[in-house]
Design a protein around this ligand. Structure first.
Ligand code: NIG
Ligand code: FE
Length: 397
C-alpha cells in the first residue's frame, strides 16, 4: 500500500486509498505490518481488536489552534448576534485583547488545567496531532507562560504537539500609539527568550486589516528566521491584506484563513510549496465568507483544513464537524476533506513522515469509527459522534 507521505494536491487530494477486510499489526507504538485478512499471521501473541463493520483511520491532524486560553467569550457571541462585527468588538477592547487580559491574570497551573481539558476532549474526538499557538499573552512573561503550558502538554500527553509563537496577534492597548515599540519588544525580547528556551518551532503573525501590516509582518518574520523559527501567517481573514505575498516571500510552511483572496493569490498558492490552510468553523461562527477551497483545488493547490480552536472565532476543536462544513460550505468531496484533515494537516505541521496516513513505520495514531455504512457517512452525519476508539502511539486512550 502506498499511503501518502506528502501533500496531496489538486486531483490527487480527491483520492483516498482503502483496504477492505484487512489486518494491521502495531508494535512498539508504530504501524508494523498490514494487509488483507487472508494474509494475517497467527494472532496468539497479540492483543486483538476486532473491528468488524468499522473503519480504521489515521487520527486527525489539526494544524491550527489556540487551545490555551483562560476564559470563554460567549458575551461577544451575543454582541455579534445583536449586530456588532468582530472588528468593532475588537476595536472596543474585546476580542484578542480581552482574552489577553484574562490570560495575564491566570496562573500557569490554572491555564494548564483548563487547556488539558480541551486537549483531552479533542483527543476523544479523534485528534492525534495538533499545533497550538501562543498569542493571548502579549507580554514577555505571559507569552512565555503560554508556551511553557504548551510544552508541558506535549511532555504529558502522547498526542504530538507543535508550538507556534504568535506574539504578533494584536497590538496591546498601551502600545496603540506606538506600535513600533511593541514590535521592537517582540523582536528584541520575546523572540530571543522563546528561542533560548526552545519553546516554539514556528512564528506566526496576524497580518490583516486592523492588526499587523505586511511591513510589520516582514520585520517580525525576518527576525524570527534569524532564530530558526519558520513562518506561518494568519493571512487575508478580514481583507485582501497582502499576507499571501509576504508569506510566500518568507517561504511560510502554511498560510492560514484566506477567506479574502482573489485569483492572483490562488495562482500564487497553487504554484508555491506553502500550504493553504482553511478554517471553515471560523467562517461558520463569525458568519464571514468561506475561503475559496474549490477554486484552490481546481487550480492545483493542496489544502489543509484546521479547527482554529479558540474562544473568539471558533470555540470548537471538533474535526468531524469540520469535515461536514468543508463538504457542505466549501464543496469539498468527503475524500478531499479527509485528506485535508489527515495527510495535508500533517504536512502543515511538517509531520508527514510520522503521521497523517496509515503507512508502515508511521506512528500508530489510529482511530476506529463506530459501525458506519461508508466513509461518506462521516461528513454526512454532521454532529454525530462516530469515533469509537482512539489509539496514540499504540496505546488505546
Ligand atoms: O485565528 N484571527 C486571528 N486570531 C484568531 C482569533 C483570535 C480571537 O478572536 O481570540 C483566529 O481566528
Ligand atoms: Fe487562528
Amino acid at each position: 500500500m502506498t499511503a501518502p507521505y506528502s501533500l496531496q494536491k489538486g486531483k490527487a487530494q480527491s483520492i483516498v486509498e482503502t483496504l477492505d477486510n484487512a489486518y494491521l499489526i502495531v508494535r512498539d507504538g508504530l504501524i508494523h505490518e498490514m494487509g488483507p485478512m487472508t494474509d494475517c499471521p497467527p494472532t496468539t501473541d497479540y492483543h486483538v481488536i476486532d473491528a468488524t463493520g468499522q473503519y480504521l483511520c489515521p487520527t486527525w491532524c489539526d494544524s491550527h489552534t489556540h487551545l490555551v486560553y483562560a476564559a470563554s467569550r460567549e458575551r461577544e457571541f451575543v454582541m455579534r448576534l445583536q449586530g456588532k462585527s468582530y472588528k468593532e468588538i475588537a476595536e472596543e477592547g474585546g476580542g484578542i485583547l480581552n482574552t489577553a487580559k484574562k490570560l495575564q491574570a491566570t496562573s500557569e497551573e490554572q491555564l494548564y488545567l483548563s487547556a488539558e481539558k480541551r486537549l483531552q476532549q479533542v483527543i476523544s474526538q479523534g485528534t492525534g496531532a495538533i499545533e497550538i499557538k501562543s498569542g493571548y499573552g502579549l507580554t514577555l512573561d505571559s507569552e512565555l507562560k503560554m508556551l511553557r503550558v504548551i510544552k508541558k502538554l506535549n511532555d504529558n500527553y502522547p498526542i504530538t504537539i507543535k508550538a507556534t509563537f504568535l506574539g504578533a496577534h494584536a497590538i496591546p492597548q498601551e502600545y496603540k500609539h506606538d506600535r513600533t515599540k511593541y514590535i521592537d519588544l517582540i523582536i528584541n525580547e520575546m523572540l530571543p527568550a522563546v528561542a533560548q528556551d526552545n519553546l516554539a518551532e514556528y512564528c506566526d503573525a496576524f497580518c490583516d486589516e486592523g492588526f499587523f501590516t505586511t511591513a510589520e509582518t516582514d520585520r517580525i518574520l525576518t527576525a524570527a528566521s534569524g532564530y530558526g523559527l519558520k513562518a506561518k501567517i494568519h493571512a487575508n481573514e478580514l481583507a485582501n491584506s497582502g499576507g499571501v505575498q509576504i508569506g510566500i516571500a518568507h517561504n511560510a510552511i502554511s498560510l492560514d484563513h484566506l477567506e479574502e483572496i482573489g485569483p492572483e493569490e490562488i495562482s500564487l498558492l497553487a504554484s508555491s510549496s506553502t500550504i493553504p490552510t482553511l478554517l471553515p468553523s471560523c467562517s461558520f461562527f463569525l458568519g464571514i465568507p468561506y475561503a475559496p477551497a474549490r477554486k484552490l483545488l481546481d487550480a492545483g493547490a493542496g489544502v489543509a483544513i484546521a479547527t482554529d480552536y479558540n474562544p473568539g472565532t471558533s470555540p470548537s476543536g471538533n474535526i468531524p464537524l469540520l469535515m461536514s462544513l468543508a463538504c457542505l460550505k466549501m464543496k469539498l468531496t468527503p475524500q478531499e476533506a479527509f485528506n485535508a484533515i489527515t495527510i495535508n494537516g500533517a504536512c502543515a505541521m511538517e509531520l508527514q513522515d510520522t503521521l497523517g496516513s496509515i503507512s508502515i513505520g508511521k506512528k500508530a495514531n489510529l482511530l476506529l469509527t463506530k459501525s458506519i455504512p461508508s466513509m461518506d457517512y462521516l461528513p454526512y452525519s454532521f454532529g454525530e459522534m462516530n469515533v469509537d476508539m482512539v489509539m496514540l502511539e499504540g496505546e488505546v486512550v
